[in-house]
Design a protein around this ligand. Structure first.
Ligand code: MN
Length: 209
């Protein structure tokens, strides 16, 4: 069975004015769809691999047949990364997490504001295309990291729960070259309920698709 593009779980204009409707259409319907389609085209060459979930393809990237390994890394990474990205945004969002996740953030980074500042500067510091992440390691600890291109932290054995896409396609139509303004606005649309759901899953080693 080929992998499927998850529909956008809210209206395309739901993140206005932080993220504009046209960017959402292009980002979900063209970029995200392209990663899923290109992943399917690669895995068609070894169709037994369709039995594996996309996260498992990425966790086991070094065992993927060499002729499709780069495609799985880039297109499978793009599929997994954008599943998370669109899921952890939403209307009537922003603010801060509560409960166990809030406690873990405070313990790791000192405060929510320090976490926010570190993730923002990590995103701003990515040269070219890539991502800034909040990840959960195998001991349940939190860390901030970046990856280039569509590399997924799943390839490194950690589970991302917050993903900030800093590819120009995420922001260029509205924010032009001012990535920092996009990052500032992006915090207004983070859906902490869904991040918390991903945190609970990540503590059990699961990445929700
Ligand atoms: Mn993207």
């Amino acid at each position: 069975m080929p992998y499927e593009l998850p529909p956008l779980p809210y209206a395309y204009n739901a993140l206005e004015p932080s993220i504009d409707e046209l960017t959402m259409h292009l980002h979900h319907d063209r970029h995200f769809a392209g990663y899923v389609n290109n992943l399917n085209a690669a895995v068609e060459k070894h169709p037994d691999l369709f039995k594996m979930s996309i996260p498992d393809l990425l966790r086991n990237i070094n065992t993927i047949p060499e002729d499709i390994r780069t495609a799985v890394r880039n297109q499978g990474g793009g599929a997994a990364n954008h599943t998370l990205y669109f899921d952890i945004m939403g209307p009537n969002a922003g603010g801060e997490p509560t409960g166990q996740l809030a406690d873990a953030i405070n313990k790791t980074f000192g405060s929510f504001d320090q976490f926010k500042s570190q993730l923002s500067s990590t995103g701003a510091g990515v040269f070219g295309s890539g991502w800034a992440w909040l990840v959960v390691n195998s001991s349940g600890g939190l860390a901030i990291q970046s990856t280039p291109n569509q590399d997924s932290p799943l390839m490194q054995g950690v589970t991302p729960i917050v993903g900030l896409d800093v590819w120009e396609h995420s922001y260029y139509l509205k924010y032009y070259n001012v990535r920092a303004d996009y990052i500032k606005a992006w915090w207004n649309v983070v859906n902490w309920n869904n991040v918390t759901r991903r945190y609970q899953a990540a503590l059990k080693g699961e990445y929700l698709m």
